[in-house]
Design a protein around this ligand. Structure first.
Ligand code: HEC
Ligand code: HEC
Length: 386
């Protein structure tokens, strides 16, 4: 950590650049790149602007986006998807079609359109509604503005890393930028597995009665089915990501508040997996990657379009498929709206036993104990502000 702080200072003063460059690992370089606003046109935005490491790697800024989506470097542009937590995305395998499951699995982004974390990291800097650089050449120029980066890139990736005559499809320095960020995203900081649940598995934390009920419900096969989408391993395995990295449509409605921000057409539909250029079969329309439930209690709002603010609402939403008494969305006071993409809703896996209020409280309590230790104070702040 000391080294990182030192190097951040170096970024400002650019003294002793070569010296500091000699000490850094690839992941430490990645951490500095992740935090550096130099890779956005107006230099206002870094990866961490939308994925704030102290806030569960989500966007907690208060601005015109009303926290539903993220505001870009130009202080105007808005995205169409709620910014997901970047933590635990290193548990997702490369995007592929599993011949046994007959399902698409893995990848980065909610539609898996980036194969790996490095591929993903090349997206935001050049995305016009995010960091907004015109091209990869500009990104490489921004790297070269800084002698500290030049020295570190050359040491880690070879003296030719800035060589423009390369025949590679991607500029080597741009690829190196992405590789360094991927190395950072593969560190423990992004997957610390030290939540109360992980501590419980090691015998270091006793579950409350409610948390234990939530755990039983979550893992049970004939109750609520959460485990058919949000479980990779078997019950109570260590380092469980709480997603099987597959894609499903759970019938999330469009978000009226998102549309009313005015940057999308009134009839905007997010087609999820079908937006992935590698996928063209309409049976994948409206499916989204089953998200990890780690840190979910501190990463609201929920769903690809941020349509629900509270975890409890998410639980009532699931229950409305099975419980006539849950016909009203508690956040709007109106009936649940129709699915954004109705044809592919996974009715089979969504059909389950109805939940009592206590069971819903229990599932929420269980999800709260999936919060990494360093974000537990955020949970306490939430409780206080209620
Ligand atoms: C303007 C806000 C913004 C910025 C800046 C940004 N991201 Fe994201 N990030 C998002 C959004 C929105 C998504 C989901 C987009 C989608 O699915 O199409 C996302 C998705 C991701 C994911 C995939 C998560 C998952 O569950 O699939 C990772 C990893 C990630 N970002 C890392 C980064 C890195 C690394 C950078 C910097 C190079 C960065 N982000 C910059 C908003 C942002
Ligand atoms: C059929 C698969 C499936 C089942 C069953 C399922 N989920 Fe999900 N879950 C998803 C998908 C897919 C999303 C994201 C949908 C979207 O963004 O449109 C999601 C979203 C969520 C979210 C919001 C996460 C976020 O970051 O926005 C929570 C919380 C959640 N599920 C918890 C549960 C719990 C608890 C259960 C059991 C009661 C459950 N899910 C059952 C597939 C499923």
């Amino acid at each position: 950590m000391k080294k990182i702080l030192y190097c951040l200072l170096v970024l400002v003063t650019c003294t002793n650049a070569a010296n500091a460059a000699n000490q850094l690992t690839e992941a430490e370089l990645g951490q500095i790149l992740f935090l550096d606003t130099a890779f956005s046109t107006n230099r206002t935005m870094s990866c961490s602007t939308c994925h704030e490491p102290t806030k569960g790697f989500t966007d907690h800024r208060v601005n015109a986006s009303k926290n539903i989506v993220s505001l870009g470097d130009d202080s105007m542009s808005l995205g169409s998807r709620n910014t997901p937590m970047a933590a635990y995305s290193n548990t997702s395998p490369s995007f592929h079609f599993d011949e046994v499951l007959k399902e698409y699995v893995g990848g980065q982004f909610l539609d898996g359109r980036a194969n790996t974390l490095a591929d993903q990291a090349m997206g935001p800097p050049l995305n016009p509604v995010e960091m907004g650089l015109p091209n990869a050449e500009t990104l490489v120029e921004r790297i070269q503005e800084n002698p500290f980066y030049v020295a570190t890139f050359k040491r880690l990736y070879g003296d030719n890393v800035f060589d423009p005559s390369s025949t590679e499809a991607v500029l080597p320095a741009f690829q190196a930028f992405a590789n360094a960020i991927q190395a950072f995203e593969n560190t423990k900081q992004f997957a610390s597995y030290d939540s109360k649940y992980d501590r419980f598995l090691k015998g270091e934390y006793d579950l409350t009665v409610l948390e234990d009920l939530g755990r039983t419900l979550f893992f049970s096969n004939n109750n609520v089915n959460c485990n058919s989408c949000h479980l990779l391993k078997t019950e109570d395995s260590k380092e469980e990501p709480f997603t099987n990295h597959q894609y499903r449509n759970i019938g999330v409605p469009s978000n009226i508040d998102l549309i009313s921000l005015g940057h999308l057409k009134a009839d905007f539909i997010d087609h999820g997996l079908l937006e992935n250029p590698a996928v063209d079969d309409p049976k994948y329309d409206g499916k989204f990657k089953n998200p990890s439930l780690r840190n979910v209690a501190v990463s609201g709002p929920y769903m690809h379009n941020g349509v629900f603010k509270e975890l409890r609402t998410v639980m009532e939403f699931y229950d409305h498929y099975n419980n006539v008494e849950r016909s009203i969305n508690p956040e709007t006071g109106k009936p649940w709206r129709a699915p954004e993409v109705p044809n592919t809703v996974d009715k089979e896996d969504l059909s389950a036993h109805a939940l009592t209020d206590r069971k819903i409280d229990a599932l929420v309590a269980f999800m709260k104990i999936l919060t990494d230790k360093r974000y537990e104070p955020l949970l306490e702040e939430q409780e206080k502000s209620k």
